[in-house]
Write a protein that binds this ligand. Structure first.
Ligand code: CA
Length: 221
């Protein structure tokens, strides 16, 4: 799950980024509006955390341009003041949710999980697929009722494949969902994670589509 964090306050941005990483999200951090606009036009994100007061291009403008470009990514805005007009304007410009600073990091994490769940048209907070149960809030997984220990990245690969069940994801797409800007990507990382997941869960769950990538088939009804 990859988040675009747009925040020009270094201290606050650092704290939010750390909180999101800790919750298992990959994070790209843009510190001005133009960088955010560029990132949104070039990459797919699961959600955006958007500050409104930004250098170079305001958060409201970033949001308006993304929606004008038919980008439907869930957006949570951060408003500095608890002013009703700010929130109304943000929601009317296409934001999906908001938090007023200062806010609790745990609440931000939970709101992002809810936004991502809704954008995937999934009502249940725990994902189920055959013998697999995946709880993004607790970051726990079980197979045939038995808890399975997964590393943060293994969990992220499984979560991404599960949310896209029935679709083939390329290695590049999976890598993109795992790593933020400036993070070193080990070569073959995705293959290694998939290998571990097959060993820990089942050899059949994740299919390799030769020359394309990986997929989890849609669960049987
Ligand atoms: Ca700001």
């Amino acid at each position: 799950m990859k988040i675009l964090l747009v925040e020009d306050d270094r201290l606050l941005g650092d704290g939010i980024r750390a909180g999101l990483l800790q919750a298992g999200f990959a994070v790209d951090w843009a510190q001005d509006g133009r960088t955010a606009e560029l990132a949104l036009s070039g990459e797919a994100y699961d959600a955006v955390v958007l500050d409104l007061g930004l250098p170079r291009l305001s958060g409201m403008e970033v949001l308006a341009r993304a929606r004008a470009a038919r980008n439907a990514v869930p957006v949570l805005i951060l408003t500095a003041r608890d002013t009703v007009p700010d929130r109304i304007a943000g929601l009317d410009a296409g934001a999906d949710d908001y938090l007023v600073k200062p806010f609790d990091l745990g609440e931000l994490q939970a709101r992002l999980r809810a936004l991502i769940r809704r954008s995937g048209q999934q009502a249940e907070p725990v994902l189920a697929h055959g013998a697999l149960r995946l709880d993004p809030a607790a970051r726990s997984a079980s197979w045939q009722g038995q808890p399975v220990e997964l590393s943060a990245r293994e969990f992220a690969v499984l979560h991404t494949l599960l949310l896209n069940a029935g679709r083939v994801l390329s290695k590049a797409q999976l890598e993109e969902s795992l790593y933020g800007w400036g993070e070193e990507i080990e070569s073959n990382a995705v293959e290694v994670f998939v290998h571990h997941l097959r060993r820990k869960l089942s050899a059949e769950l994740i299919r390799t589509v030769r020359g394309v990538g990986y997929m989890i088939p849609k669960a049987a009804e």
